[in-house]
Design a binder for this molecule. Structure first.
Ligand code: NAD
Length: 479
C-alpha cells in the first residue's frame, strides 16, 4: 500500500485507512496501485511541517536549491520509460505522448534549478538625496498545489519546481484518479536531499484534503489547475482569506482554417489539436472554424484521417488514441454526442463507445459539421475527442467566431498569409496563439496561461513563474 509523504517521510500504512485504488482505463479490472487516503488531520500535519520548514528553507543557498532540483530532473529523465508507462497505465495517455510529458517534467526541474541561481533585484537612486533604494524578491512561504488528472507528472512538476527554486515550501495534492505518477515523483523528491517538511504530498479527496489546504491560515498561496467550477470555489475562498491565487482552468480553444491554408498542414494541425491525448488537454482545439472555400475539402480529408486513427490500449505501440480516463468522462463524451445530434449538427464519424473484452473506456474520435455557434458542442468544454466544425464566410467572421467564448486559453490559425497570421496574433484574446501549429503543445521555458474564464493570476512556467512564487520587497536606506 502506498501512502502520503509528510514531514520528510512516507506515512506508515494504517490498517484502518480509507483505501483508494487507481485503475487502468485500458483494462479497468486491473488495479495500478493501492493507496491509503489522507484525511484533514494529516493535511494539517503536512501544513504545519511546511510552515516550520519554511523558516529555514527560505534562507537556503540558491546553490543548494539548484543542486537538488537538478538532481530531481536528472532522475526523472533517466527513468523516462518507466515513468511514462506508469502514466500510460493510470491515465490512458499513449506511451509516446507520456514520454513527452515525462521529459517535460524533467526539463522543468532542470530549468528551475538554473532559475534559482538567476540574479534578481534592482538598485535605484531615490528621488531624495542620499537615499538608496533596493528592490528584490523573496519567497512567499507555504504554497498549496492542487493538480488535475490529465497531466499527472508535468503539471505537478511545473508547479513544484519553481515553488522550491524560489525558496517556498510545498503541500501538494494530486488528483485522485492519478496518484501513481505523483507518488513516483514524490519518491524521487524524497531522496533528493531536501530538508524534512519542505515538500509534502497528500493523496486524498479535494473536498477534505484540498479543502484543508485552502482553508489553513498557514498556507500563503494556492496554485491550482483543474475545472472552472472548482477554480471558482477556490478563487472565492482565496479572496475571503486575501491570499495569492493562481488558477489554470478550462478552455474551448478555436482553430481557424482559412481558404489560403495548406490543406495538409490544416488537417494534421486539426487532427493533433483535437484528438491527440484523447482530447483531454485544456489546450485542445475542440472547435474548428473554417472559411467556405476550403470547408468541404478540409472536412473530407480530416474525416478520412480521423477514421484511420487507431483507438486502443495506451501501452500498445500501435495506438494513436488511448482510452478516456474513466467511466464518468466517457459518459460525458457520449452525452455531448447526443446533445450535438439533438441540436441538429451532423455527426460525420466516431462518437461511439468501442467496447472490448477488457472493458476499456475506448471512444472513437467524433467529428461534427453543420454546427451553429449556439450549440453546446460548440460552446462548452467537453474534455474529450469531440470536434465541432463551424463554416464561416471569411477571415473577419472567423475571428469573431473564435472570440465568441467565455474562455481564452489557446487559439490557432492555419493560413499562408502573413497578413492574417499577424492580425490574428494581435487580435485574438487568448493567452497563447499558434500559427500553423496545433493549439496544444507548448514549451516549458516560456509563459503558459490564458485569459477570461481560463486563467486567473500570474502566468505559469518560464521566467514568468517568479511573479507568483515570490514577493517583491522595496527597501530604502539613508547612505
Ligand atoms: P477538477 O477541478 O475536478 O479537479 C482538480 C483538482 O482539484 C483535483 O486534485 C481535485 O481533487 C481538486 N478539488 C476538487 N474539488 C475541490 C475542492 N472543493 N477543494 C479543493 N480541491 C478540490 O478538475 P479535473 O477533472 O481533475 O481536471 C480537468 C480540468 O482541468 C479541465 O477543465 C481542464 O481544462 C483543466 N485543465 C486546465 C489546464 C490549464 O493549464 N489551463 C491544464 C490541465 C487541465
Amino acid at each position: 500500500m502506498k501512502t502520503s509523504f509528510v514531514d520528510g517521510a512516507f506515512v506508515a500504512p494504517d490498517s484502518q485507512a480509507d483505501l483508494l485504488d487507481n485503475r487502468n482505463p485500458s483494462a479497468p479490472t486491473e488495479i495500478v496501485d493501492r493507496f491509503a487516503r489522507a484525511d484533514a488531520a494529516l493535511a494539517e500535519k503536512a501544513i504545519q511541517a511546511a510552515a516550520k520548514a519554511s523558516l529555514t528553507w527560505r534562507r537556503s543557498s540558491p546553490q543548494v536549491r539548484a543542486t537538488i532540483l537538478d538532481r530531481i530532473g536528472t532522475e526523472i529523465l533517466a527513468r523516462r520509460q518507466e515513468l511514462a508507462e506508469v502514466l500510460a497505465r493510470e491515465e490512458g495517455k499513449i506511451v509516446r505522448e507520456a514520454l513527452g510529458e515525462v521529459d517535460r517534467a524533467g526539463h522543468s526541474f532542470k530549468f528551475y534549478a538554473q532559475e534559482a541561481l538567476r540574479a534578481n533585484g534592482e538598485k535605484f537612486d531615490s528621488v531624495r538625496e542620499g537615499v538608496g533604494v533596493d528592490v528584490f524578491t523573496q519567497p512567499v512561504g507555504v504554497i498549496g498545489i492542487i493538480s488535475p488528472w490529465n497531466f499527472p507528472i508535468a503539471i505537478p512538476a511545473w508547479k513544484i519546481a519553481p515553488a522550491l527554486a524560489f525558496g517556498n515550501t510545498v503541500v501538494f495534492k494530486p488528483a485522485e484518479l492519478v496518484p501513481s505518477s505523483a507518488w513516483a515523483l514524490a519518491e524521487i523528491i524524497s531522496r533528493s536531499g531536501l530538508p524534512a517538511g519542505v515538500f509534502n504530498m497528500l493523496i486524498g479527496p479535494g473536498r477534505t484534503v484540498g479543502d484543508a489546504i485552502l482553508r489553513s491560515p498557514q498556507v500563503d498561496a494556492i496554485t491550482f489547475t483543474g475545472s472552472e467550477s472548482t477554480g471558482r470555489q477556490i478563487a472565492q475562498l482565496a479572496a475571503q482569506r486575501m491570499i495569492r491565487v493562481q488558477l489554470e482552468m478550462g478552455g474551448k480553444n478555436p482553430l481557424v482554417v482559412l481558404d489560403d491554408a495548406d490543406l495538409d498542414v490544416a488537417v494534421e494541425v486539426a487532427l493533433n489539436g483535437s484528438f491527440y491525448s484523447t482530447g483531454q488537454r485544456c489546450t485542445a482545439s475542440s472547435r474548428v472554424i473554417v472559411t467556405a472555400g476550403i470547408h468541404d475539402a478540409f472536412v473530407e480529408r480530416l474525416a478520412a484521417r480521423t477514421k484511420a486513427l487507431r483507438v486502443g490500449d495506451a501501452l500498445s505501440g500501435d495506438t494513436d488514441i488511448g482510452p478516456v480516463v474513466d467511466p464518468s468522462q466517457l459518459k460525458q463524451n457520449l452525452s455531448y454526442v447526443e446533445a450535438g445530434l439533438e441540436e441538429g449538427a451532423t455527426l460525420v464519424c466516431g462518437g461511439q463507445h468501442l467496447e472490448n473484452d477488457k472493458g476499456a473506456y475506448h471512444f472513437s474520435p467524433a467529428l461534427f459539421t453543420n454546427v451553429r455557434s449556439h450549440m453546446r458542442i460548440y460552446r462548452e468544454e467537453i474534455f474529450g475527442p469531440v470536434l465541432a466544425i463551424l463554416k464561416v464566410a471569411d477571415y473577419e467572421e472567423a475571428l469573431a467566431a473564435a472570440e465568441d467564448t467565455p474562455f481564452g486559453l489557446s487559439a490557432g490559425i492555419v493560413t499562408t498569409s502573413l497578413k492574417y497570421a499577424e492580425d490574428f496574433k494581435r487580435r485574438s484574446s487568448a493567452g497563447m496563439v499558434m500559427v500553423n501549429l496545433p493549439t496544444a503543445g507548448v514549451d516549458y521555458h516560456v509563459p503558459f496561461g490564458g485569459n477570461r474564464g481560463s486563467s486567473l493570476g500570474p502566468r505559469e512556467q518560464g521566467t514568468y513563474a517568479r511573479q507568483f512564487f515570490t514577493r517583491v520587497k522595496t527597501t530604502y536606506q539613508l547612505a
